[in-house]
Design a binder for this molecule. Structure first.
Ligand SMILES: Cc1cc2nc3c(=O)[nH]c(=O)nc-3n(C[C@H](O)[C@H](O)[C@H](O)COP(=O)(O)OP(=O)(O)OC[C@H]3O[C@@H](n4cnc5c(N)ncnc54)[C@H](O)[C@@H]3O)c2cc1C
Length: 283
C-alpha cells in the first residue's frame, strides 16, 4: 500500500470541503481532498432546485439572525468569509449572480453546475489534489498528526479537516461518517434530526407542477385522526415541487418543519387551497 504524507487532508468534497481545500492549498499547504463519490459536489448540483442559491442578500448579522439562537456559532466563520466575500468569490470565477425577490442569490445562468465548475476550477488552480471514489474508512492519532486509511492506501496528515456533511440524503454520499470520526477525537455529537424534509405525495396532477416554487406554504402537523380544524403547530415558508429518484413527485418543504417532525409522526401539508395527505421522510 502506498503511504503518503500531506500537510492537510480534507475529507468530503462538498461545498465545505472544496472551499476548505482551496483555502488550505492557497495558503501553501500540500492538500489532499478525499471524496467517497465518483464525483464531487453532488449536493451543490441538487440545491436550490438545481439552480443553487449561493447566499442571501443580507449582511452577516442577517444570516446569523435567520439561523435562530444557535446561529451565534456562525459569527467567526462569517467574519472570515462574509456574504459579500462569497459573492465576490464566485463573480471572480466568472459566475455572474443575481438577487431574486425572495432575497436569494442565484447564478444568472440558473445552473448549479456553473457553481460547481467554478469551485473545481479554483481548486485545480490552488494546487490541491482531488481524489474521487476514495472513502475514508479509519482515522487514528499518529505521533504527529493523524493517520487515515482508505481502501486504496494509508495516509498521514499534519492536519485533517472533516467536511463529510451531515446524515441527510445518504444516496448523495452523506451517510454520517463524520460523526463517528469527530466523536472518536473527543467531540460531542448533538443527536442529528431532520431539518429539511420532503413530503411525498401521490396525487397525479402534481407532476405538472414539477420545478415550481410556491412562495408561501403553510405546513401543519396533525395528530392521527384529528381534523384539519384542530389547532396544531405550523410553519410558513417556500416549498419546491420536485421529483424523487423514485420519480414520485414530492413537496419539499424549506420552512423548518424539523421541530414539528420531532413532535408528531403523522402530518399534512396544507396550502390555502389544497390539503394533501403526506408522509414524512428524512431529506
Ligand atoms: C435536495 C436538496 C436541496 C437543497 N437546497 C438548498 C438550497 O436551496 N439552499 C441551500 O442553501 N442549501 C440547500 N441544500 C443544502 C445544501 O446542499 C447543503 O447544506 C450543502 O451542500 C452541504 O455542504 P457540505 O459540504 O457541508 O456537505 P455535503 O455536500 O453533504 O458534502 C459532504 C461530502 O462528504 C463526502 N463524504 C462523506 N463521508 C465520506 C468519507 N467517509 N470519505 C470521503 N468522503 C466522504 C460525501 O460523499 C459528500 O460529497 C439542499 C440540499 C438538498 C439535498
Amino acid at each position: 500500500m502506498l503511504e503518503t504524507s500531506w500537510d492537510a487532508i480534507v475529507i468530503g468534497a462538498g461545498a465545505a470541503g472544496l472551499m476548505a481545500a482551496i483555502r488550505a492549498a492557497e495558503r501553501g499547504r500540500r492538500t489532499l481532498l478525499l471524496e467517497k463519490n465518483r464525483r464531487s459536489g453532488v449536493k451543490i448540483l441538487m440545491s436550490g432546485g438545481t439552480r443553487c442559491n449561493l447566499t442571501h442578500a443580507t449582511d452577516n448579522r442577517g444570516i446569523v439572525e435567520a439561523f435562530g439562537p444557535p446561529g451565534r456559532f456562525l459569527h467567526s466563520a462569517l467574519a472570515r468569509l462574509s456574504v459579500q466575500d462569497t459573492i465576490d468569490f464566485f463573480e471572480a470565477e466568472g459566475v455572474a449572480t443575481k438577487v431574486e425577490e425572495t432575497g436569494k442569490i442565484f447564478p444568472v445562468s440558473n445552473k448549479a453546475a456553473d457553481v460547481l465548475d467554478a469551485l473545481l476550477a479554483r481548486l485545480h488552480r490552488s494546487g490541491a489534489v482531488l481524489a474521487l471514489a476514495e472513502p475514508v474508512r479509519e482515522m487514528s492519532k499518529a505521533e504527529q498528526g493523524l493517520c487515515i486509511v482508505t481502501p486504496l492506501r494509508n495516509l498521514h496528515a499534519a492536519h485533517v479537516i472533516l467536511t463529510t456533511g451531515g446524515k441527510s440524503y445518504p444516496g448523495s454520499g452523506t451517510t454520517g461518517d463524520g460523526y463517528g470520526f469527530a466523536a472518536q477525537f473527543g467531540h460531542t455529537i448533538v443527536t442529528p434530526r431532520p431539518a429539511l424534509a420532503p413530503i411525498t405525495v401521490t396525487v397525479p396532477w402534481i407532476k405538472d407542477l414539477m420545478g415550481v416554487t410556491l412562495p408561501q406554504v403553510v405546513v401543519r402537523v396533525l395528530e392521527a385522526g384529528s381534523s384539519a380544524a384542530t389547532r396544531t403547530p405550523s410553519r410558513c415558508g417556500s416549498a419546491l415541487i420536485c421529483s424523487q429518484r423514485s420519480r414520485t413527485p414530492s413537496w419539499r418543504n424549506t420552512c423548518g418543519t424539523s421541530r414539528l417532525l420531532r413532535a408528531r409522526s403523522n402530518w399534512q401539508a396544507c396550502s390555502q387551497r389544497t390539503c394533501l395527505g403526506a408522509s414524512a421522510t428524512q431529506s
